[in-house]
Design a protein around this ligand. Structure first.
Ligand code: HEM
Length: 179
């Protein structure tokens, strides 16, 4: 690993390519990938694993998932979404990337980000609170909880589908210059 890093830096320095104008965008690109993988990885986990699991599990287990697992997963989910978008815009600015593919990809990414912060998180917060209250008072949760869960689910499913074209346009930006 260290050997590889030395080779890479040495090679780049030999061609005098290491400077703030290349290293700064590289750091933003790296943060963008790591945060993007965290965000979209959790999105796929919710849609492909957790939603089907919750459909076939008993009420007590569901309560445990909503109260113990969901808050942690949603913490990483919303903050990695913010980090992805901020690093993405920083990358666009510092590397001067303004092509059509990135404009479309970034627009889709921005819609997905707004879905996370304005629909998924506020509604899931209500679901977590209502589940907590129902568990504490040993009563069934109020009927409007289903409405909040449904809104969060629809926004999450929308983001799941939007992620496919979004990632296609992200990749096209650097690797499909014909567009
Ligand atoms: C507002 C949101 C976003 C902005 C402004 C943005 C911006 C960018 C920029 C400027 C690039 C570099 C493209 C190039 O080198 O020509 C890029 C690449 C990339 N972005 Fe985003 N992005 C956003 C959302 C996302 C999201 C949500 C993901 C999810 C994983 C993501 C994943 C990627 C990947 C994998 C690449 C690498 C493409 C490649 O080099 O093949 N981006 N993004």
């Amino acid at each position: 690993m260290a050997f590889f890093a030395f080779q890479l830096v040495g090679h780049a320095m030999g061609e005098s390519m290491v400077g703030s104008e290349t290293v700064v965008p590289l750091l933003f690109r790296w943060v963008h990938f790591v945060a993007g993988v965290t965000w979209i990885g959790l999105l796929y986990y919710f849609n492909l694993v957790q939603v089907p699991f919750m459909r076939e599990t008993d009420a007590a287990t569901k309560g445990g998932v909503v109260l113990k697992l969901l808050p942690r997963a949603l913490w990483w989910f919303r903050w990695s979404a913010l980090a992805t978008v901020l690093a993405g815009f920083a990358l666009m600015i510092t590397a001067g990337i303004r092509n059509m593919a990135i404009m479309i990809g970034a627009t889709l990414g921005l819609i997905m980000f707004l879905n996370v912060w304005l629909i998924i998180w506020p509604n899931q917060k209500v679901v977590i609170r209502m589940t907590g209250d129902a568990t504490a008072t040993k009563t069934p949760p109020p009927p409007e909880m289903a409405k909040h869960a449904r809104r969060a689910y629809i926004a999450s499913r929308t983001n799941f589908y939007l992620s496919f074209p979004m990632l296609l346009f992200m990749g096209m930006s650097a690797h499909f210059p014909q567009f």
